[in-house]
Ligand binder design. Sequence first.
Ligand code: NDP
Ligand code: 8X3
Length: 266
Amino acid sequence: MDLEKIVIETTFPMKKIIFVTGATSGFGKAIALKFAENGHDLIINGRRKDRLDKLAEEIREQYHVDVLALNFDVRIVNDVSTAIASLSGKWRDIDVLVNNAGLAVGLNPIHEGVIDDWERMIDTNVKGLLYMTRFVSPLMVARKKGHIINIGSVAGKEVYPKGNVYCGSKFAVDAISKGMRIDLLPFSIKVTLISPGAADTEFSIVRFKGDKNVADNVYKGYTPLQAEDVAGVVHYVTTLPDHVTINDLVIMPTAQASAVNFHKQP
Ligand code: NDP
Ligand code: 8X3
């Protein structure tokens, strides 16, 4: 073991293993960096292998923690199960799963909705989160400990015009989080739903299919959340004593009061 690692392990005796999906951008990347900064080992996931490998290397060099990069698509159930089955040794002892991978695609009224956009949102935000949970939670159940953090959205609390299917997928995350909490109660597994408002990540570029002008407009005239704001809260909820759980947390820009009410400066 190199000297830096000995220093890390002495400084952070409560070292955990954190699994973050969708770590190649936005919240997921910031969450991975935040946990690494606090001395934890990481399993990071995403579909863009170049970004994933680069992040893993950066984290190892900067924070001297162990990082396992698992390049798979959370929508493909066989790839999820194979990835989790491939874990060996300490990597099976996942303390925290952050179900973050997700996206909005398109913003259309229901009667003009693009079916392929609907499939992508439901397959990623709902089914992907379920597949991850189905294969990781038994490892936590066996150890009678763990923490699952689901990234929901203000869109999972309120419906807004043209939000239809994205909102539906995030309302599903809200309901699934409640169900998970009940089923995992006997095993002392914490389940936290974190629901952010508008945050300046690649989210809007994806939603508007690469149209950067439209995407940038979403964040004009007010200060949106930054990925690091959300990462700080995700990390915070994991620092509470064993007998304390944050179940449901909504984090908003101060300039946003609801899904549609913003205080914008001209
Ligand atoms: P980004 O687009 O910046 O990041 C999304 C991440 O999800 C990327 O790392 C992407 O990686 C990954 N991802 C998408 N699809 C898959 C997939 N099928 N398999 C594995 N990884 C996938 O957006 P955000 O960081 O903003 O989004 C993160 C989460 O936060 C999402 O669930 C989103 O719905 C939610 N959210 C976002 C808000 C915002 O305003 N930004 C507000 C509230 C919630 P890759 O493409 O490499 O696979
Ligand atoms: C992302 C925030 O308001 O665009 O979940 O749905 S919003």
